[in-house]
Design a protein around this ligand. Structure first.
Ligand code: BGC
Length: 372
């Protein structure tokens, strides 16, 4: 139950189990109704609705989907939600994909709580919906979820923070830290944070870690829109209010974009980044450079190529009317049902294992080898 995305779900355990059982088979019969059992034409239209380009992984995914779906014989319609009016524009894009006859729509949601109407429309038209990377909440009309194991991402980040503090701070515990979480409209943000806090909270409780600002809950730590400028200004305020006379040893950052913003703030405050630990996620090129330069401590490798390939495999199974391969039918409760999921394993990356971690990512490997 620890990974359930919505704390507000008030079902009893028994009711939740019953719902999980019927929902996951419901997911499959939804797919069957939409052509999963009979399949659909091998050159069908497939919609892919991606959010604004807040991270490099989203930028990469668009090209990989277009190419991969074309190579598989489908007609891809890949759309990004624009940077302004993003939620409404993504809603419009999804509606248009339904109207244009897509058989499957893959969605990286901008706001996973605001797609109920469009997904009902999709369901009524027999379209199968795959939530990509981010869970879509509060609707029965999500058939599958494909993502890296987000809770595990958080756990790896929490452990990396502890390891970095030990290795870099130049002193033993206690360590002074601050916590950052992602955008509140992204279902992943709470899952990353909960995973990290499963490692960090016991260390806060026993005094190993000291969150000097006292800001430890997800509302206080949130970064609206996953925007670098929001993380930087919160970090500036935290430093000014709490760290004029005590050192800051580390920060839990949920991704690379925010990690680099936090590092900018720490540098501008004249602090020594070599003794400072900040975590990240996404293996963005700039962050891999920063890790190799001894600044950012860690990132997570969630290879977008693998995630897109897994999604296309799901679409091919649906096309042929085969059973869709999932490896998790218990953890991702969207508030209405447990969505059958295929989860890929994330990998923690530091300077020490970067070469091995990026062995199959030529451009990142080049950065690592160039820095050695
Ligand atoms: C993704 C992260 C990404 C963040 C901001 C999350 O939903 O899982 O990889 O850093 O969005 O784009």
């Amino acid at each position: 139950m620890k990974k359930l995305a919505l704390a507000a779900v008030t079902l009893t355990a028994a009711a939740a189990l019953a719902l999980a059982g019927c929902s996951s088979s419901g997911g499959r019969s939804d797919a069957a109704a939409s052509g999963g059992a009979e399949g659909f034409p091998a050159d069908a239209k497939i919609g892919v609705a991606l959010p604004d380009k807040t991270s490099e992984n989203w930028v990469l995914a668009g090209g990989l989907f277009t190419q991969g779906l074309e190579d598989a014989g489908f007609q891809p319609d890949v759309q990004y939600a624009p940077a302004s009016n993003t939620v409404a524009e993504q809603q419009n894009q999804i509606s248009a994909m339904v109207t244009n006859g897509a058989k499957v729509i893959v969605i990286g949601a901008k706001d996973g709580k605001q797609l109920g109407t469009q997904l009902q429309q999709a369901h009524d038209a027999g379209v199968t919906i795959i939530a990509y990377d981010r869970l879509i909440e509060n609707t029965p009309n999500v058939d599958y979820y494909v993502a890296f194991d987000n809770y595990k991402v958080g756990q790896l980040q929490g452990q990396a923070l502890l390891d970095g503090l030990e290795a870099r701070s130049g002193h033993g515990a206690p360590w002074n830290i601050e916590l950052f979480s992602g955008s509140p409209d992204d279902a992943n943000s709470a899952v990353f944070f909960d995973g990290a806090m499963s490692v960090l909270q016991p260390k806060i409780d026993d005094g190993t870690l000291n969150v000097v600002s006292g800001q430890t809950d997800i509302q206080q730590t949130a970064t609206q829109g996953w925007k670098a400028e929001n993380a930087q200004s919160r970090m500036d305020s935290l430093l000014a209010a709490n760290y004029t006379s005590v050192p800051i040893d580390g920060v839990l950052s949920p991704n690379d974009t925010l990690a680099r913003a936090i590092l900018t703030s720490v540098k501008q405050a004249g602090k020594d980044v070599a003794a400072f630990t900040v975590t990240g996620q996404d293996s963005e090129a700039e962050s891999v450079k920063s890790i190799m330069a001894g600044e950012q401590y860690s990132t997570i490798n969630k290879d977008t190529t693998l995630l897109v390939a897994q999604t296309i495999k799901m679409i091919q199974e649906l096309q042929k009317g085969e059973t869709v391969d999932v490896n998790d039918t218990t953890q991702y409760d969207n508030g209405v049902k447990v969505v059958p999921a295929f989860l890929l394993p994330p990998v923690i990356v530091t300077k020490e294992n970067a070469e091995e971690a990026y062995a199959n990512s030529p451009s990142l490997l080049q950065i690592v080898q160039g820095a050695q």
